[in-house]
Design a protein around this ligand. Structure first.
Ligand code: ADP
Length: 245
């Protein structure tokens, strides 16, 4: 499998004397899916910000394969093939599902510019593939603005897939989804992992269980527990800070 290993070691982020991340270590292997959970304020968003170059670590190293991300800017990191999906869907409501995917294919990695292009046949085939995988084929020519919340999230995941990142960072994808949509999302992400590495930040533990991957529990900016969902759910430290609330 081609891909790069994500490696964080000794990462701390200090905002005005407050340690949002405190000596954080994390390794995600190529093609691995990892779920990151933890109470509010645990540092999950800050961790994603550090990986994508939005926030610079105060100390520590972040590498992707043999590349040092620690001092790279956000655009360069996106260009290396690290894609991020924020919690709220950000698709182009006025464009169809097909056109949104078309834009993602043509756009440079990173933020999608608002331009339209004529698409050669291989691009079309890839769009059709991604629509099949995300379950959006029947909505291909509907404007994104009329999709359900779940479908918008899948479309945005599809837009990331079009860019074929080595690593996909996904922030709370199932917040606000129905049970059926949550299940579809777990299956979609499980299929994607293997081709791309995926890091998913999520609160919904049933969803994390359905992902069937290794789980990292953050608390106070550092790793509290790591392992299978059963392992972390039974870890007394996790029960105390997170599950026992
Ligand atoms: P999570 O995503 O797990 O809820 P965050 O990474 O958003 O946690 O936040 C971790 C801690 O860092 C929180 O206490 C938050 O208030 C603080 N924090 C996050 N960003 C900033 C910032 N830009 N300035 C000051 N404090 C921040």
């Amino acid at each position: 499998m081609i891909g790069r290993r994500l490696y964080l070691d000794g990462v701390s982020v200090i905002f005005d004397g407050f340690r949002a991340l405190n000596n954080l270590a994390l390794v995600v292997e190529p093609g691995e899916m990892r779920a990151v959970i933890g109470p509010n304020g645990a540092g999950k968003t800050t961790m994603m910000d550090v990986i994508t170059g939005k926030t610079r670590p105060t100390t520590g190293v972040v590498t992707f394969g043999d590349l040092d991300l620690t001092r790279m800017d956000e655009a360069s990191i996106a260009n290396l093939g690290i894609g991020r999906k924020f919690q709220k869907p950000t698709v182009f409501d006025a464009l169809t599902v097909f056109e949104n995917l078309e834009l993602a294919l043509k756009a440079p990695r990173g933020p999608v510019p608002c331009l339209r292009w004529l698409l050669p046949a291989p691009g079309r085939a890839r769009i059709e593939e991604v629509m099949t995988e995300t379950g959006l084929t029947e909505r291909a020519y509907d404007r994104a603005g009329i999709l359900s919340h779940g479908q918008k999230q899948w479309l945005e995941i599809g837009m990331l897939m079009m860019q074929e990142p080595d690593l996909m960072l996904v922030d709370e994808p199932v917040a606000g989804m129905t049970d059926a949509e949550t299940e579809h999302t777990a299956k979609l992400l499980a299929r994607i992992a293997g081709r791309h590495s995926v890091v998913v930040v999520e609160h919904d533990l049933e969803f994390v269980r359905a992902l069937g991957c290794k789980v990292t529990v953050l608390s106070e900016g550092t790793v509290l527990s790591e392992g299978s969902i059963d392992h972390v759910q039974n870890d007394p430290r996790v029960v105390e800070v997170y599950l026992g609330r």
